[in-house]
Design a protein around this ligand. Structure first.
Ligand SMILES: Cc1cc2nc3c(=O)[nH]c(=O)nc-3n(C[C@H](O)[C@H](O)[C@H](O)COP(=O)(O)OP(=O)(O)OC[C@H]3O[C@@H](n4cnc5c(N)ncnc54)[C@H](O)[C@@H]3O)c2cc1C
Length: 445
């Protein structure tokens, strides 16, 4: 049987592997770390269990549950539906809990929309309804034009007040993907909302019932191995073996590992480095090489008791806390208190000493009424320097498709073309598309 090497065991690599195994093809995944999952992993860092960052599973995801089912797993075992989110403004500002499940919690969802008037006035609700209706229509009619607007500019053009932008739009841009409305593409925001608008009954939000390697990527990779796929951890691909214009394999520890086809399923920064070395002059890759990256920084704190009365996601605009959640009743049940924070302004915090990041978070936690001083057992910072593509205006046109013009090479990963941007769902879809591209290329010979 042929050997297809997949570089990277994130959701894109795992999804590519499952789909290719379904097609009867032979695969081996090479992963540089000792755990599978990439940006959906958990592991032990200096004695404390950490995760790659706070993740939320959205009810309208279809490809991700399908990946579980292909691996013989039940997605319901991995998710705990929370179906709500909280917005907490600092310095005594308003707060509100919004239901996020029209089918499963209709009363709370409707009450949240009609109430919370101190967070957002009825007039501002009307402004936002108008903006989102126009935005979704523009997304349907012309994604390209919409991608020329930042969320901030688009909202101002549609008459949304500064206060409504702060209270409601920062949570859905900076809260979800660390970028403020002034930099975030309006096309990305509308694109993320579109699947929920098309199927409103599927809108839900859930957390994981354990670490993401434990309940998702680990069991999926075990299914891959049971079905005959190979998985080599702690194996860094140093470069692609490019010969006579085709990819013939990869180099690991200076040794060539030959392959019939290679799927590059790393995050954007790592993919750009591997492409630069060997294919950097090729015209087709120039757009991908100029696609800007953005970092993410997360802070994870173990506590003597829960920091919050509920495990649900919280957004705090005007602070460094882009989104955060207590997790001791859901994902990390073996500790009495566990707070996971995705930091806002990651460019400012990336590479900073953990004490600096902790001090900044502690100060802003106090401003939103959460005092954890004296209850902290330990904390860790997990950085992602170049893992995301920048969700800014114009970036969409630089994203590459999965199929490349280079024989023997296919791309996968959340930065490659698919409609769900930097998300778990987007990564899985990219893997499905990559598998189809590989299958077509192999059939051509
Ligand atoms: C803090 C944070 C919060 C997030 N929140 C959400 C959320 O709430 N909901 C959501 O849907 N998504 C969320 N995401 C996004 C989601 O995690 C990613 O979109 C998805 O996991 C990307 O998967 P991937 O397979 O494309 O890339 P990755 O998961 O990055 O996988 C790439 C793999 O390639 C490996 N690799 C890299 N270079 C090499 C090499 N040279 N040799 C061998 N292996 C290599 C890496 O180690 C990694 O395992 C979040 C991400 C982060 C970091």
């Amino acid at each position: 049987m042929e050997n297809i090497i997949i570089i990277g065991s994130g959701l894109a690599g795992l999804s590519t592997a499952i789909e290719l195994l379904d097609k009867g093809r032979g695969v081996t995944i090479l992963e540089r770390y000792k755990v599978v999952g990439g940006r959906c992993a958990d592991w032990v860092a200096d004695g404390m269990r950490v995760e790659s960052g706070l993740h939320r599973w959205l009810g309208f995801y279809k490809a991700l549950p399908r990946l579980f089912e292909h691996a013989g797993l039940n997605p319901d075992d991995a998710v705990i539906w929370e179906d709500e989110l909280e917005i907490r403004l600092p310095d005594g500002g308003p707060r509100g809990v919004l239901g996020l499940a029209p089918l499963h919690r209709p009363v709370q969802t409707v009450a949240g929309l009609l109430g919370n008037n101190d967070l957002i006035s009825p007039a501002e609700k009307a402004q936002l309804t108008y903006m989102f209706t126009a935005g979704l229509l523009d997304y349907t009619l012309s994604k390209k034009e919409l991608d020329q607007n930042t969320v901030y500019d688009y909202a101002r053009k549609r008459g949304v007040s500064e206060e409504a932008i702060t209270n409601m739009l920062i949570p859905v841009t900076e809260g979800i993907f660390f970028l403020p409305p002034e930099r975030y593409s309006a096309m990305v925001l509308m694109g993320l909302l579109m699947p929920g608008v098309k199927r409103p009954h599927t809108i839900r939000v859930g957390s994981f019932s354990g670490g993401m390697t434990e309940v998702m990527c680990g069991p999926i990779s075990e299914a891959i191995v049971r079905r005959g796929g190979g998985l080599q951890l702690d194996t860094t691909v140093e470069r692609l073996a490019v010969e006579d214009g085709r990819v013939r394999g990869v180099y690991v520890n200076g040794e060539l590992i030959e392959a019939d086809h290679v799927v590059l399923a790393t995050s954007l920064g790592a993919a750009q480095n591997l492409i630069r070395d060997g294919l950097g002059d090729h015209a087709w890759f120039q757009k991908m090489l100029s696609l800007p990256t953005m970092p993410a920084v997360t802070l994870q704190i173990e506590l003597d008791e829960p920091a919050l009365p509920e495990d649900h996601v919280v957004f705090s605009p005007k602070t460094v806390l882009a989104s955060y959640a207590e997790q001791s009743r859901t994902t990390f049940r073996d500790v009495p208190g566990r707070l996971s924070i995705d930091m806002g302004q990651p460019e400012k915090f990336i590479g900073q000493p953990p004490e600096t990041i902790f001090a900044a978070a502690l100060a802003d936690l106090k401003r939103v009424g959460i005092d954890i001083e004296g209850k902290v057992r330990r904390y860790r910072v997990v950085d992602h320097p170049q893992d995301f593509y920048l969700l800014t205006t114009g970036a969409e046109s630089l994203r590459p498709p999965q199929a490349t013009p280079i024989p023997g090479l296919t791309l996968a990963g959340d930065y490659t073309k698919q409609g769900l941007f930097c998300s778990m769902e987007g990564a899985v879809i990219s893997g499905q598309r990559a598998a189809r591209a590989v299958d077509r290329a192999m059939a051509r010979g």
